[in-house]
Write a protein that binds this ligand. Structure first.
Ligand SMILES: Cc1cc2nc3c(=O)[nH]c(=O)nc-3n(C[C@H](O)[C@H](O)[C@H](O)COP(=O)(O)OP(=O)(O)OC[C@H]3O[C@@H](n4cnc5c(N)ncnc54)[C@H](O)[C@@H]3O)c2cc1C
Length: 382
């Protein structure tokens, strides 16, 4: 039989595909990989941030080369009734650093501008008709059919502002929920890159995925003005609409008969309550690099299905958030959550809550009306 063109073709050079390629290039130089991306560079236009503890110390080598900024001093949150500083350090990967580092590491094993038309377990066809064969293929093309899941949405628009004067923010603000509430739970997220550059992201936990960018742009300008930042240049923009999955059927999202291996959001590998996938993407890359390429579809599906089962508790919380709390009262849930212990909060974001954490998050005086909560649990929102 002819030797395949490659051992492993990775389709999509986003977060998950890039980390898998990095893992194989670093630890398994015997595996001939090819990373294919339709965009002009890997990673799209993103800032991916994470807490220390989201990625296990033994897996940090996977992500560290892509970290563009680290805040060892920790982070803060602001609510109408709570201001809190937490010691947990925070860091950001930028797609610029991601694409440059990957391009250096992979050389001609990364091909951009490659639109993939079809994928099969043993090869891909590009939109120009070119066919490439491989011992194994892994699909990392981002979200599959989200209509198979019950979702609320975390949606946002972010601007990096360059100011003539220092902005005065000394650490990331993960949630500034002192802003007027609008379209669900609204908060502003701040990343101070240096003393005059700050990323300001206006975020909504909303029932609808529609993103009204001009209105949100205007609210970012209002927020900046209220902070006394009236003169600035916008040097970077990004936006996103992430699913907050509170129900649905994994077997419909990734049908049993789909024969291609998957990773990342395509495999349902994200924290259901936040839509964030970096902790899962790092764990998955660290796992897959230790696997043989035989039976990759079955192995990756089993991995993702087990992770989906572990996410049941977070989907239940999502159900409460979107089903039981009035949209303009959702912030109470987060304000109460941020009164809990820093370690518990850290484990929550990493998707690693313990049995005690799960009880602790739910016990006490509920921040949503108890009848409404019970109704939601018995009759999940459609
Ligand atoms: C703006 C933004 C900010 C985010 N911030 C964070 C964060 O701070 N922390 C966090 O954990 N999560 C964050 N997320 C959520 C999540 O981590 C990201 O969506 C993450 O990029 C998902 O990784 P992925 O590899 O599954 O998909 P993606 O990163 O979306 O990668 C998919 C790749 O496949 C390519 N592709 C798609 N179709 C084809 C095709 N036919 N042919 C070739 N290539 C194709 C795409 O161009 C893309 O590069 C953010 C999401 C967005 C949109």
């Amino acid at each position: 039989m002819d030797r395949p063109d490659h051992d492993l073709i990775i389709v999509g050079a986003g977060l998950s595909g890039g980390l898998i390629a990095h893992a194989f290039a670093t630890k398994r130089s015997d595996v001939r990989i090819l990373l294919l991306e339709r965009g002009s560079s890997a990673g799209g236009n993103h800032i991916w941030s994470f807490f220390d503890g989201d990625v296990a110390p033994q897996d940090r080598w996977l992500i560290d080369p892509f970290v563009a900024h680290r805040w060892p001093q920790g982070h803060a949150v602001h609510f109408p009734g709570r201001n809190r500083k937490l010691d947990t350090p925070y860091q950001s990967v930028t797609s610029v650093q991601f694409s440059e580092s990957l391009a250096r590491l992979l050389g001609d094993r990364l091909v951009t501008g490659a639109e993939i038309a079809t994928v099969s377990p043993k090869g891909v066809t590009l939109s120009n008709g070119q066919m490439l064969s491989a011992r194994a293929v892994i699909d990392c093309r981002g979200a599959a059919d989200l209509t198979m899941l019950h979702c609320g949405w975390q949606k946002f628009v972010g601007h990096t502002l360059r100011l003539p004067e220092p902005h005065g923010i000394d650490r990331p603000v993960i949630m500034d929920a002192t802003v007027p509430q609008h379209d669900g739970y609204r908060f502003v997220y701040l990343l101070p890159w240096d003393d005059r550059s700050i990323f300001v992201e206006d975020t909504y936990y909303s029932n609808s995925p529609e993103l009204d960018v001009p209105s949100i742009d205007a609210r970012i300008a209002d927020y900046a003005a209220a902070r006394g930042w009236s003169e600035f240049e916008i040097v970077h923009r990004e936006q996103g609409v992430l699913p907050v999955v509170h129900g649905g059927d994994f077997d419909r999202y990734w049908p049993r008969h789909d024969p291609v291996a998957r990773a990342g959001v395509a495999a349902g590998l994200f924290q259901p309550m936040t839509g964030y996938s970096l902790p899962d993407a790092a764990r998955f890359a660290a796992w897959i690099v230790g696997q043989s390429l035989d039976d990759l579809p079955a192995k990756t599906r089993a991995y993702a299905k087990a992770q989906w089962a572990r996410g049941g508790y977070y989907r239940l919380l999502g159900k409460m958030l979107f089903g039981a709390a009035q949209p303009d009262q959702r912030w109470h849930i987060f304000e109460r959550f941020y009164g809990l212990s820093p370690d518990l909060i850290q484990r929550f974001y990493a998707g690693r809550s313990t049995a005690y954490d799960r009880i602790r998050i739910l016990c006490g005086r509920p921040p949503v009306p108890i009848r409404s909560a019970m109704r939601t649990l018995l009759n999940p929102p459609a």
